[in-house]
Design a protein around this ligand. Structure first.
Ligand code: DON
Length: 563
């Protein structure tokens, strides 16, 4: 009887939410030649200008990455790191890891007190939270390998923007206000964001402009071995940090093989470890492939159930298996194999939720904070890039080097501060991602490129900590399964499950109450309040006539510009 009642409710709610699903009426920017979509119009414009000047997607990537450090200091950075996946016009694919590293003096227990307890905020706020930055190495390595314009053509427009300044948006005003109480806790001296900036005011960045001028003059060695390196190390140490000149001089970005897998007729190319994005995305999509999501309907009870259960299992594996591949052995091919993944879903039934406590491994909550940024670029030659870059938290560690003009990351918090935590599975889970000198901390970043029929189809990615993977996943499914435009796919309401805590986070006021009641009746805990937005996806879709549609996320100031 109860089963029948539930089934009826399922049918009604699936129907209701199908009707509510966003139809492909929202269309993003359409352009014939090239598109750059990033968190700020100023950065997208610089990226497009570089292409108009004859540059390719790689030149544009370097310019956009640096421009975001000026236009979007919340997450854009010189003091952080990131990942880029690329697909060249000739079909060559690859990826580069410019993730931060733990300093040489880092130790496994560096964030614990004498009783072995985690010291609140030590891995989050201030100089002890900072990992060795990778961004400048990434930019220069990408330019050296694939760039076509002289480096002046890429860096000079960014320097000009830094001198000219950037207008404060309404959303930026709110962000600055929100994080202002933390800046004095991380910095000995006042910083420029202590001032109450209002929308429409202009912030100039003369110190950052000067740093970029020296980098333009002396190349990446300026940042890792030159005057900038010395100033940076002195500054970090004066503020109580442990990064040395040796740490900076030893930093190298790494070209890595991307993770590739198929889903229906799509060939998906995403970032491998130390980013968990590619493996988790592959696991979730492979677990979902046998289900008929298109028939269930977008954000219907059945779709949400299937996606949630696949996410739950993938995030449990993430916690146990994944870390820096230079330090831990990761069974990548097994983890994304069909038979392994179909086995993982054997205990799933639409009748009721599988409790996370019954899914291995362990009880470690993935704690990630909430700002990063993604940008996607396609050029007139047919090259495509997807880059996700971050300071980790909002304005990173909040430590701002006024002399050099940029914020430092708090990426050290992406390590497991306390290996051996609460339970047997937790212990093992923490091991793969424990702190070790020169190790890269595990990331959720998921820059992704998709081919269809052997041709470029989509490039996308997102910020959002642990929700990055599930935001990218849902956007792909929105286009492929639910036939949405790129913009509609980006706009659509998102939900997220990460194994622990055992709950589905949902964007508030975006899912109807009947649907939520139905999921609760099936044993799912719904959390609407703690997640104002989930992810902030920027993507580009290749349309049938070979033009591009840029989808910029309305949750931020994100803007697609093209021609
Ligand atoms: O690498 C990671 O997974 C995190 N440091 C990303 C942080 C993030 O996305 C915050 N953004 N919204």
């Amino acid at each position: 009887m109860i089963k029948r009642f539930l089934f009826l409710l399922l049918v009604i709610s699936s129907f209701a939410s199908c009707k509510k699903a966003e139809k492909p009426t929202q269309v993003g920017l359409i352009a014939k030649n090239a598109v750059v979509v990033s968190a700020r119009a100023e950065a997208s414009q610089i990226g497009v200008d570089v292409i108009k000047k004859g540059g390719n997607a790689f030149d544009s990537m370097c310019a956009t990455q640096l421009a975001l450090a000026v236009a979007y200091p919340f997450a854009g950075n010189l003091g952080g790191g990131g990942f880029m996946v690329y697909r060249k016009a000739d079909g060559e694919i690859g990826s580069i890891d410019f993730r931060e590293k733990a300093p040489l003096a880092a130790t496994r227990d560096m964030y614990l007190d004498d009783n072995g307890e985690v010291i609140p905020d030590k891995s989050i706020l201030g100089a002890m939270a900072v990992g060795v930055p990778g961004t400048i190495a990434g930019v220069f390595d990408i330019h050296e390998k694939f760039g076509s314009l002289p480096i002046e053509d890429i860096i000079q427009p960014v320097i000009d923007l830094a001198y000219k300044g950037v207008i404060v948006t309404k959303k930026q005003e709110a962000r600055i206000k929100k994080y202002q109480p933390l800046f004095p806790k991380a910095n000995k001296e006042p910083i420029f964001l202590d001032k109450p900036w209002k929308a429409n005011e202009v912030i100039t960045y003369p110190e950052l402009a000067k740093t970029l001028e020296r980098i333009l003059e002396n190349g990446k060695d300026e940042f890792y071995k030159g005057e900038t390196a010395k100033t940076l190390v002195q500054f970090i140490q004066d503020n109580g940090g442990i990064i040395t000149e040796e740490d900076l001089s030893k930093y190298e970005a790494k070209w890595r093989d991307p993770i590739t897998f198929t889903y229906d007729d799509l060939n998906i190319i995403s970032m491998g470890p130390p980013a968990s994005g590619g493996i988790c995305l592959a696991q979730i999509m492979k677990m979902l492939e046998p289900f008929h999501l298109d028939e269930y309907g977008h954000n219907s009870v059945k779709s949400i159930q299937a996606i949630t259960e696949a996410e739950r299992r993938a995030y449990a594996d993430r916690s146990f298996f994944l870390g820096d591949p230079d330090f831990v052995k990761i069974p990548i091919s097994t983890l994304i194999k069909d038979d392994y993944l179909s086995g993982r879903m054997l205990d799933f039934s639409f009748e009721k939720a599988t409790p996370s406590s019954e899914v291995s491994h362990g009880n470690i909550q993935i704690i990630e904070s909430d700002e990063t940024t993604h940008f996607s670029i396609v050029d007139p030659f047919g090259n495509a890039i997807a880059t996700t870059t971050t300071l980790n938290g909002a304005y990173g560690s909040k430590l701002y080097c006024s002399e050099l003009g940029f914020f430092l990351n708090n990426e050290m918090d992406d390590f497991s501060s306390k290996p051996g935590a609460p339970n047997m599975f937790g212990l093992l889970g923490a091991e793969a991602n424990k702190i070790e000198p020169e190790k890269r901390m595990l990331s959720s970043m998921t820059p992704t490129i998709i081919e269809k029929n052997g041709k470029l189809y989509m490039t996308l990615g997102s910020p959002g900590g642990a929700t990055i993977i599930t935001s990218v996943l849902q956007t792909i499914l929105n286009v492929h399964e639910y036939k949405m435009s790129m913009q509609a796919a980006v706009n659509a309401a998102r939900f997220h499950h990460q194994w622990l805590p055992d709950e589905i986070s949902m964007e508030p006021n975006s899912f109807n109450k009947t649907l939520i009641t139905q999921l609760e009746a099936l044993g799912y805990t719904i959390n609407e309040k703690d997640s104002p937005v989930i992810g902030k996806v920027d993507g580009i879709l290749v349309l049938e006539d070979n033009s591009y549609e840029g989808g910029a996320d309305r949750r931020g100031d994100d803007t697609a510009i093209g021609f």
